[in-house]
Each structure stands twice: as C-alpha cells, then as structure tokens.
Write a protein that binds this ligand. Structure first.
Ligand code: WAQ
Ligand code: MG
Length: 269
C-alpha cells in the first residue's frame, strides 16, 4: 500500500504584508523536517524580516493524487529586454496564442497586472481566443498549489539542473509550477517572469516545447512580474481549471530532458 502524502504550505508576512511562501508534498515521516525547513525559510526571507510564519499541514486524499512528468528545459540567450519580450511573443504564437493576445499579455505583466499596476499574488487566466481575463479576483489571481516532485525525482532533478548551472531553488520551483500548469485541462501556454527586482530571467512554457527559459525578460531593478496562463475554453471551464490548479495534488515522478542552449530563435520561429 502506498503511504499517504501531506501538503505542507508556508506563508510569511510582516504587518499583514505577504513576504514569501513555499510548499511541498511529502510522506508522513518527512513532515517535521519540511515544516522546520519551510519555517526557517520564511523567517529568513530576502524580502524582509517576517513577524508571522504560518505552516499548514493537510493530508492528501490518495484518490485525488495525480502523477506526471516534468517538462523539458531549454534556455534562449537574448541581448536585451526588447529581444526577450519579442521572443516571448514569438514562442507564445508557436504555442497557439494569437499575436495580439500574446502582446497584450506581455504588456500586462510589464505594466503590473494587478489593480493600479501592482503585482498580483497569483496568476492571470487569459482566454486564448479573446485575450479576456478570467480570474475572479484580479488582485489575488489564481494560486497554483499542491505540487511537488517525488524523492527519487528530486535526486535526479537536482543532479540534472546542477549539471547545467541551474541548481537554484527558484528554477526547480518554477519548473514544477509550470509542469502543473502544462498538465492542466485546456492549458495552451504560460508566460512568467519574477517580481524580484534583481531576477530578470523568465520563461514561456507550452506542451509542445516544454519550459523555455529566456535570459532577459525585464530590466534589472524593475519590481514588476507575474504569470499569465492561456486557456482554451472549448476544452475546459474556468471553474474546472481553477479547481485543478489550486486543489488537485500533482506529484512529478520523472524529469524531462535539458535541451542544449539556443540563441534567440525569434527570427526563424
Ligand atoms: N501560483 C500562481 N502565480 C504565482 C504563484 C503561484 N503559486 N507564485 C507566484 N506567482 C506569480 C505572482 O504574480 C508573482 O509575482 C509572480 O508569479 C512571480 O513569482 O528558470 O521567481 O516567485 O531561471 O517571483 C522564473 C525563471 C522565475 C526561473 C519565476 O517567480 C528560471 C519566479 P516569483
Ligand atoms: Mg517573487
């Protein structure tokens, strides 16, 4: 019999303002170590000193647990933000997003997708056919949650990423999040770059080419960032999709490949 898994989720805040978060899905025996590690991480958040750290532990219903494989990873080197964003539009078009909708999404993240140009806590859901936003709350957005890799997959993934100088937790976490999105009903593509002012690499992910990193998607010092998930509403409904993204537990039991680095491919995309 398979042992139960537990979702462990941490959020750290200061004066009610969100600073950082993190989550794992682990067997019973690892809960203590994971709560401790996540708590420490919340207390040491680069975003500032936390005065509250909350950890929540929740048993996963084994019948709802899905297993999947992580997307392939590749990296495109671009010369500047302009070229990076052009490439993002081009990759999104390859994935099946109409160019005006792709441009709209890039501009949305560039301007700050939350009310008044702020950064959202979660992702924008965008109707791939019309560019219309579908998330019920444009300040919060959709929080993708309840995903992790199995212990065996973690070993393989860490080795793989470290071998390509991608060993930072930020990369594996974004890859796992993108993996859950790409396995969603009706998911066409995802666009993402960080809200960390000093982290300028982002990605476009799609079922056909996996997790494609773009070396520069914003200027250093820019505090805006976010995620846009393009959805095909002829395949799913907004309610089904949001339920999957927020609630369905997905564990990755194998990695994809790391594909060789490529220069900006916008020209022949
Ligand atoms: N679900 C949905 N949206 C989220 C979530 C989540 N769990 N977490 C963050 N977001 C949104 C939110 O709007 C953030 O402002 C934005 O995404 C960026 O989050 O391969 O670090 O955690 O080198 O700052 C990608 C490239 C890094 C990594 C992404 O995102 C690489 C990153 P951050
Ligand atoms: Mg961030």
């Amino acid at each position: 019999m398979k042992s139960d898994f537990y979702s462990v989720r941490m959020r750290a805040s200061s004066l009610g303002r969100h600073l950082s978060g993190g989550e794992r899905m682990v067997p019973r025996a690892e809960i203590g170590a994971v709560v401790s590690a996540l708590t420490e991480r919340g207390l040491q958040a680069a975003e500032g000193a936390a005065d509250e750290v909350h950890c929540q532990v929740e048993r996963i219903d084994a019948a709802t647990l899905h297993y999947a494989t992580l997307p392939d990873v590749s990296t495109c080197q671009v010369a500047d933000v302009y070229a990076g964003r052009q490439l993002a539009v081009s990759l999104l078009t390859q994935a099946g997003v109409q160019e005006p909708v792709a441009r709209q999404a890039v501009e949305l993240l560039a301007d700050g997708a939350g009310p008044g140009g702020t950064v959202m806590r979660g992702a924008v859901l965008m109707d791939v056919a019309t560019g219309q936003r579908l998330e019920p709350n444009p300040e919060r957005g959709i929080r993708v949650s309840r995903m992790d890799v199995t212990a065996a997959c973690r070993l393989k993934l860490d080795r793989l990423l470290q071998g390509h100088a991608l060993g930072h937790r930020r990369v594996s976490e974004a890859l796992v999040l993108a993996g859950k999105i790409l396995a969603a009903p009706g998911a066409v593509a995802e666009l993402c770059w960080s809200d960390d002012p000093h982290y300028i690499t982002g990605y476009v992910a799609a079922p056909s080419f996996g997790y494609r990193r773009i070396s520069i998607l914003k200027s250093c010092g820019d505090p805006r960032g976010g995620r846009v998930l393009f959805v095909d509403l002829s395949v799913t409904t907004v309610t089904t999709l949001i339920h999957y993204l927020e609630k369905t537990p997905v564990l990755f039991s194998d990695t994809g490949k790391i594909l060789p680095a490529s220069q900006g491919e916008a020209a022949h995309a």
